[in-house]
Design a protein around this ligand. Sequence first.
Ligand code: GDP
Ligand code: ZN
Length: 398
Amino acid sequence: MPDDPVKKHKKSMAKASSKKRLKAARKKLKRNLNQNPPRRKGWVDQDPAASDESLHGGLERLMPRDEGDRRRAVEQAAFEIDQNAAEAEAASQVSTEAGLVIATGVGSCRVEIDGRTVNCTLRGRLTAADTEYSNVVAVGDRVLLSEEEDGTGVVEEVLPRRTALSRPESFNSLRQRVVVSNADQILIVSSWRGPKIWLEMIDRYVIAAIRGGLEPLVCVNKIDLVEDDAELQLTVQPYYELDYQVLLTSADQGTGVDELRNALAGKTTVLAGMSGTGKSSLLNTVQPGLNLRTQEISMDRGRTEGRHTTVGVAMYPLDAGGAIIDTPGVRDIVVRGVLQNELSDLFPEIAVLVVGCRFYNCSHGDEPDCEVLKALESGILARSRYDSYRAIRATLPP
Ligand code: GDP
Ligand code: ZN
């Protein structure tokens, strides 16, 4: 009986209370976020069009490009719920606590909430269309859910990201795919030898960290293979000077493992570095039993065939709190969406020099009165950092 007034009343009550809960949850989260402003250091992409400060508080200025627009769009959309969505909302309850996305598939994700794992679809109005990103949810996102009676859920809202590690989309390199949200830091593992340390790769990951709002940890493993200690110190000196944490380790001999364990405790850390550098060995030494290669979160289990694709993201909780996130997605991180003249912003020690160059568009290659070249010649600027800068610059559009 579609017009049963009692039924109708109940439905509209449920709808109102559901909306109220969504609103209350949003309010509460906004309060929490404002009390704990994101920890940011260095270069931050700003949104010059940022307005509506009253709604978004000081947060907006710290958000990645388009994040403000995305939030506004999400909030706007939240109040333009169409009839179908309203009915669906009435039939379920929106969580007031945020859940954590631990895996993603096509149009779906797996969320951990209250110690349970819920397979979710995404509410149709959630779209990445207005953002620079191509995906709506990523591992590490905090989301509000409504849960259905069959044990599945629907993601109603993706909360603003504190950090976002992203890489260019394979089919359209102008758009970025968020690989991991809300991680605190990225552990960049290199080996001193076998394979030989590759400084440009380290610098590329440092740039990804700066752009995404994460702290870079520079880890040089296999230091048992170092023959000249002074050479090692000279190599990592630029990172000490940039105030990044540097970890010199040997998984084989247990060197530096306590420092590494401390650096990881209580933090969400994305693992990066070429294969063979000793990532698995290191983490097994940090926490015996943490076997990087045996676990993988897959979206395929227990859901409709063909609907979900497996993504190779794995999250390993640490005994000391925090987690390690291991995903092949970080391998494709390259510097894109940056213009040649903007690259110096991503090299903090070069950024402070370029203002002194004679030409505003100085490439710091062979121009006269170049402060960067002067600093290089006098040894203030590390040769390896300069080389990385020039090599990466050559790959960017003017
Ligand atoms: P992953 O691919 O980065 O996970 O690297 P693995 O942990 O699989 O290590 C690759 C190889 O390097 C293995 O043969 C390890 O035994 C070796 N290895 C790892 N850590 C060290 C180290 O500190 N010193 C030396 N000499 N070899 C290491
Ligand atoms: Zn210059």
